[in-house]
Structures are given as structure tokens and as C-alpha cells.
Design a protein around this ligand. Sequence first.
Ligand SMILES: Cc1cc2nc3c(=O)[nH]c(=O)nc-3n(C[C@H](O)[C@H](O)[C@H](O)COP(=O)(O)OP(=O)(O)OC[C@H]3O[C@@H](n4cnc5c(N)ncnc54)[C@H](O)[C@@H]3O)c2cc1C
Length: 273
Amino acid sequence: MSSKNNFETNNINSTTPPNGALTEQITYVKHYTDRLFSFRTSRSSSLRFRAGEFVMIGLPGNQKPIFRAYSITSPTWDEELEFYSIKVPDGPLTSRLQKIKVGDEIFIRKKASGTVVLSTLIPGKNLYLLSTGTGIAPFASLIREPETYENYQSVILTHTCRLKAELAYGYDIAEATYTDPLVGSEAKNKLKHIATTTREESPIMGRITKLIKSNRLFDILDGNPLDPKIDRVMVCGSMDFLRDSKSMLNNMGFKEGSHREPGTYVVERAFVD
Ligand SMILES: Cc1cc2nc3c(=O)[nH]c(=O)nc-3n(C[C@H](O)[C@H](O)[C@H](O)COP(=O)(O)OP(=O)(O)OC[C@H]3O[C@@H](n4cnc5c(N)ncnc54)[C@H](O)[C@@H]3O)c2cc1C
């Protein structure tokens, strides 16, 4: 197991949370496919984060709980926390996590971090959020954050998966955003959700990098091709997707941002291969 986000603790009694971790209760679980599910947990008032950040989560019950990075999909103002997860059949964490039920306990480390946050981008007009698979997770939080709509005139969320069923969480989140009492009216005017598949037939097919390079995305949006002067881009997905996106954006004149030096695009890994 070579994942860099692996984190093991030394505590012996793992029903008590390791240092820096909180114990929360599962409040809701929804299974989407045999590979994907979402869940909600209680949220201690000491757990603060910025939209787009991730935390480390683990499960009680082992001698040494294994912690993994998880993007928080809920907005910062939500009383609970929400996550969207893969099920890896033999995965050290998700082979157990996929069996959680309402009332079960989960460990969540308090420290949140991440690059796909609003402050790593310089001001712009349109915000593009490009995701594959569970890479939609940080953007599910960002599209429900009022500041996102204060900062941008339009927000375009793209979600690409192999199969149609894998797009369902994105549709649920978009619907929850459009009908949300806090951001719903802004989102109806400014948010566009584009779902594409690469393997199964669907209304929009193809990798998003291909749809951008061919200008098909902008035909669908009735807009203009990407322009580093006015457009800002966040990317979250597999390493291959990040590599292709970075190469495309660099060629278009975009500059990668960081906490130290905000830029015109930022990337986050959705998982470690
Ligand atoms: C910054 C960051 C944020 C993350 N956010 C999320 C998130 O919001 N939701 C989530 O499900 N995972 C997320 N991950 C991945 C997560 O940390 C774990 O890898 C995942 O939960 C599987 O854990 P595991 O112990 O069962 O298997 P691991 O040993 O961690 O993974 C085994 C293998 O499964 C594959 N894999 C792992 N995670 C994924 C994934 N998400 N999608 C597709 N293939 C995967 C990889 O090939 C990996 O090598 C994130 C990772 C990072 C680095």
C-alpha cells in the first residue's frame, strides 16, 4: 500500500479518537452504485473549514485506525458534514466504510486543508469547476457557498464519469443547490451543470478536455472559449485527468496558483494511485 494519504495512529484503544480527531455520528447514508455512496455526519462546532477543503477520516474498531483524505462536500454553513466516497473492494478504509449505518461512529481530524479554495485564484469573471469521478466532491461544497456567487458572474461545474449511473450524485447536488434557500436564486442565474460520459451513451459524451479543445463545451454553454484574462479554473480528478488538464491550460496561457501565489487555475488530486 503506497498511498501517500495513508495515516496510522499509535493509540491502542481506538474507540477513543486519536489526538486531533473528533468522534462524529453517521446521520445519513445513500448508495448510488456498487462503487459509490455518500454519507452525512454530525459536526462538532470546533470543526471549521473552507469550501473545497479536505479532512482526514477514519473508523474506530481497529488497533490502529487508518485515516484517508476526504473532501467535505457540504457547504461551510451546514450543521452537518457530507462526504462522497468510492468503494474499493479491498481498500483498507473503504472496505469497512462502505458498510457504515446511521448511528455508527467515525473519526474526523479537525485540521482541514486543500488547494481548490477561492483564495488560491486571482479575481475573474467565470469560474470553471472541472471534475471526474469523486473529484466532484470539493466542488459540491463550493457551488453551495454564497462567496462563490459573490466572486463570479457564472459558475460552470463539469462532471465526467465512465457510466451514466456515476453522474447521479452530481445531479443530486445540482438540484439541492438550485433549490437551496440560501444560494438557490443566485445558482439558478449563475450555475451551469454539465455531465458527460466517456463509455456509456449519454446526451453529452467525451472527456471534458476534448470538449474544451474542440469548443463543443462552449457551443453547449453558448459562451466563448477559455480565456485566462477572465476565466478561472479548478480541476479535481484522477492523476491522468490532472496531467491532461494542466497541459491544456498551460498551453492556453493559464498559470497554476497556490496558497502562496494565487493564479488563474488550481488542481487537486481526487485520490492517489
Ligand atoms: C486530497 C484528497 C482528497 C480525497 N477526497 C476523496 C473523496 O472526497 N472521496 C473519495 O472517495 N476519495 C477521496 N480521496 C481518496 C481517499 O483518500 C482514499 O484513497 C479512498 O477513500 C480509498 O481508501 P482505501 O483505504 O479504501 O483504499 P486506498 O488504499 O486509499 O486506495 C486503493 C486504490 O483505490 C483507488 N482509489 C482510491 N480512491 C479512489 C477514488 N476516490 N476514486 C477512484 N479510485 C480510487 C486508487 O487506485 C488507489 O490506489 C481523496 C484523496 C486525496 C489525496
